[in-house]
Write a new protein. Structure first.
Length: 467
């Protein structure tokens, strides 16, 4: 005959209740701080092809522009400040190994960082400024302006030193052809490198300043001190188009298919097609850097002397955003449209979005370069004036410190584990086999007289009524 056992209520008890309370507290805390996922949510993912637009500040510029205040929360907060060598300027990030390369122009070396840790310092040539990452082979190329070479770094070692023209300043990577273009400012040409070999040289005119690639075709646009934009295709000059004075930055805009050139001495942006200037747009004073936001569909122009950013939609300025003093570099988040503007003489980043300035984030002295690490979701800022790199990451909207996240999550998992252990123990106890003398009446007896169950609980004698 089947034995009947009265089911027990599965109570977590006093200890389990305490753990449940801890669990509720942890869940509440995590929900309150709204922990964002790295590389998504508040951070999003940055568009690597248009993430950084760099312009070098004039060397003797005085700090005469006061920072314009702004309000609103910033989506990032400072996580770490890393000491590097003298006068860090160019930044390059290797997505395959999560290594950041910091070009120290004052000490002729490159600091290699993983996460928040310096893992190597690599000597290079004399007068390094810029670096570029080649995704096809994982190499990083550093232009050494004073000895006319490019150092090729793989991992933490220089694997080749490639000769170039005079004063190799900026470098551009062409993903379509796996070329690295080196702008030789004093020899009026480009040196073209593939791997560790020079595959060609292209005469483009006096003082090549800036360049950008059309990712669809591999076409290269180069601006020069001759106040011109030069189209290079398959290592040959296709056309030369006059633009404004001193064109310091150039950007390809996918939304329009046009090429935009920032003319610093003309306070304008020239818009080009393949053969001519189709529009000239007036912007602020000394436009030095360009960056395109694919989410917003706008081109942003950092105006160095007027401490603002012009927002260009199509062929017109749609807004002018106040930022800090001497903005000179920008990075944009392709996920939710936040932009970060490095203000060299305010020692901060202005946070912009769409057509508004929404906040600011303090960094080190004289920030001059910004780069995004898509695999970790961190934003790195080179602080030229103090020899450091600031690391920014997702910041809680509530303002709670980073440790609060870790504590809440640890508490959450600890409480959940304790509750599960307690429930499992109770479940096993409930299912333990008992001898016939420990159970109450049989199922048949219970069906005839249900009150026998309660009687069995009150009277431990298995044979109630017996003499």
């Amino acid at each position: 005959m089947t034995e009947y056992r009265r089911p027990r209520k599965r109570s977590v008890g006093v200890a389990g209740g305490a753990h449940l309370a801890l669990l509720m507290v942890a869940v509440t805390l995590v929900s309150a701080v709204s922990l964002p996922a790295v590389g998504s949510g508040a951070m999003g993912s940055f568009a690597s092809s248009h993430a950084v637009a760099l312009g070098r500040p004039p060397g003797n510029a005085a700090r005469t522009i006061a920072e314009t205040s702004s309000t609103g929360p910033a989506p990032l907060g400072t996580i770490a400040t890393i000491g590097v060598d003298s006068q860090p300027y160019g930044l390059a990030y290797d997505n395959s190994t999560d290594l950041l390369y910091v070009v120290n122009s004052g000490s002729n070396d490159v600091t290699v960082i993983r996460g928040f840790t310096v893992i190597a310092t690599v000597p290079v040539g004399s007068g390094p400024n810029y670096a570029v990452y080649d995704a096809s082979d994982g190499d990083v190329y550093v232009g050494n302006t004073l000895d006319n070479t490019v150092s090729v770094i793989h991992g933490t070692s220089v694997v080749a030193t490639v000769p170039t023209g005079a004063y190799p300043f900026r470098l551009v990577y062409d993903a379509e052809n796996s070329y690295v273009y080196v702008l030789d400012q004093l020899s009026e040409n480009l040196t073209v490198i593939q791997g560790t070999s020079v595959v060609g040289a292209v005469a483009v005119g006096p003082g090549p300043i800036a360049a950008t690639c059309d990712p669809r075709t591999g076409d290269l646009w180069v601006t020069t001190h001759a106040d011109a934009a030069v189209l290079v295709r398959q290592l040959s000059v296709v056309t030369t188009i006059p633009v404004g004075r001193d064109p310091q930055s150039v950007s390809y805009v996918p939304a329009t298919g046009g090429v935009y050139v920032a003319n610093t001495e003309s306070n304008s942006v020239s818009v080009l097609n393949l053969t001519s200037v189709v529009a000239t747009i007036g912007v602020g004073s000394y436009p030095i850097a360009l960056a395109y936001s694919s989410l917003q569909g706008y081109l942003y122009v950092a105006n160095y002397y007027s401490a603002n950013v012009s927002v260009v939609g199509g062929l017109a300025v749609v807004a002018t955003l106040p930022v800090g003093a001497y903005p000179n570099a920008m990075a944009f988040d392709a996920g939710d449209g936040y932009g970060f503007v490095a203000n060299a003489h305010s020692d901060n980043l202005s946070v912009i979005r769409g057509t508004s300035t929404v906040g600011s984030i303090a960094v080190g002295a004289e920030p001059v370069s910004v780069v995004y690490a898509p695999s970790t979701g961190y934003l790195y800022v080179a602080n030229y004036g103090e020899g450091t790199v600031t690391v920014l990451g997702p910041s809680p909207a509530s303002g709670l410190p980073t440790w609060a996240y870790a504590s809440a999550i640890a508490l959450l998992f600890s409480a959940a584990a304790a509750i599960m252990i307690g429930v499992e123990r109770r479940r096993r106890e409930t299912r333990l086999p008992r001898s016939r003398t420990e159970v109450g009446p049989t199922r048949t007896e219970t069906q005839k007289d249900p009150s026998a169950i309660e009687q069995a609980r009150e009277d431990p004698d298995p044979h109630p009524g017996a003499p």
